[in-house]
Write a protein that binds this ligand. Structure first.
Ligand SMILES: Cc1ncc(COP(=O)(O)O)c(C=O)c1O
Length: 396
């Protein structure tokens, strides 16, 4: 495949949006079309657009009633927005360990962390691979927990034929620049639940009472009435701008080809590791389709370190290799409980080494190879360099 990431369609829609002059009646034209198209493509009843994929998680938690002192179970091996969103909602992140082969949160580890205070779980489809959702939904049902999917890295990935964003109570996506589809920044929440959809809209729109499922935006008649009462409840301004909506709509219309291109790059790069005993890629169970936001493997070479491998790969012409994020609870903000006053809610909770031993073992070993090659030939060239690097370290 050889495609353009930003095509004529994105340019056309962005210009049309600007030509609307940001007049009130034009101001959410593209966002509205984006939400409809995204819901159709994902196969959910509702999709609500956001300013980014962290605001989505924060609002999803508040939309289902998570609040002060509630516990939310999250994996530690992920980009930290997953757990920061829990803190934003004044709730307590409780970390559950991940599986050694898939690198994903599991039902067993979630169940170990359930207490009377647990209200929700955020699962992460890490690198584009969904966890064992049937088992996770069964545990959630047993304890009455809400399940939020963090699918920021998993557009069109599937589990037993079901798409990311359709199994949990809500699905959160990010359109940040490194993601499968992008508008620079942006996000989306999908849900089949009418009450959650209304709350998502209302909380992300400053708590405006005029926002209903039928009428998403304030009208001129509303705001030209001095007696008009705006705020039904507390909310944030997390709305996506219409220009971002225009770009995201074009990307959503092209979602299949954009995702297919990254999936192809993913398969090519992962294929280059076949047979190597000391590079162990993330294991994809047969019931899943991996969306390959990244190809990730553990390095367990007896003599070569993570840094040695990256240095040699780049010396041979390879693009950079990313490291996995530090485990969220080992970031200084957690270690030092530097939570903008919320530390008062965290008495009795400690964030330190030993909490999730499997994730702690995996994180320093993980090599993340990027897949955003819009010309498959480039991914093939990188795969050849990867094979050469493997041969080099086979010989030492
Ligand atoms: C797993 C995961 N969750 C959440 C986010 C946050 O998304 P955003 O950067 O759009 O806020 C990201 C990416 O940036 C992510 O990779």
């Amino acid at each position: 495949m050889n495609i353009q990431r930003i095509s004529e369609l994105e340019r056309k829609y962005a210009l049309e949006s600007l030509d609307g002059q940001f007049e009130t009646h034009n101001n959410y034209r593209f966002v509205t079309r984006l939400e409809k198209t995204f819901a159709e493509k994902t196969g959910t009843k509702h999709a609500v657009a956001f300013v980014n994929g962290t605001a989505t998680l924060h609002t999803a938690l508040e939309a289902c009633g998570v609040g002060i002192g509630d516990e939310v179970i999250v994996p530690p091996l992920t980009m930290s927005s997953t757990s920061l969103a829990v803190l934003m909602a004044n709730a307590v992140p409780v970390f559950a360990d991940v599986d050694e082969k898939t690198f994903l949160i599991t039902a067993e580890e979630i169940e170990k962390k359930v207490t009377e205070k647990t209200k929700a779980v955020i699962i992460v489809s890490l690198y584009g691979l969904m966890p064992d959702m049937d088992a996770i939904m069964a545990v959630a049902k047993k304890y009455g927990l809400v399940v939020i999917e963090d699918d920021a890295q998993c557009f069109l990935g599937t589990y037993k034929g079901r798409k990311a964003g359709t199994i949990g109570d809500m699905g959160s996506f990010s359109f940040q620049a490194s993601k499968h589809i992008t508008s620079g920044e942006g996000g989306m929440v999908t849900t089949d639940n009418d009450d959650y959809a209304l709350q998502l809209r209302r909380i992300s729109g400053l708590g405006y009472g005029s926002i209903t499922m039928k009428k998403a935006r304030i009208t001129k008649d509303d705001i030209q009435d001095p007696a008009y009462e705006r705020h039904l409840e507390l909310g944030w301004n997390y709305r996506m701008s219409d220009v971002a909506g225009a770009v995201a709509l074009a990307q959503t219309e092209r979602m299949e080809e954009l995702v297919a291109c990254r999936m192809e790059a993913g398969r090519i790069l992962e294929g280059a590791m076949e047979g190597c005993e000391w590079l162990i890629p993330q294991y994809t169970p047969s019931e899943c389709v991996h969306a390959y936001w990244a190809v990730t493997a553990r390095i367990v070479h007896p003599k070569a370190s993570w840094y040695d491998f990256r240095r040699k790969f780049m010396e041979l012409g390879g693009d950079g290799i990313y490291a996995a994020w530090k485990l969220s609870y080992l970031e200084p903000a957690f270690r030092n409980k530097s939570f903008l006053g919320r530390e008062k809610l965290m008495e009795g909770y400690t964030y330190e080494e030993g909490l999730c031993p499997v994730a702690e073992m995996l994180q320093p070993q993980l090599l993340q190879f990027k897949t955003n090659y819009w010309d498959t030939a480039e991914a093939e060239a990188q795969a050849e360099i990867l094979k050469k690097t493997i041969r080099y370290f086979d010989g030492i």
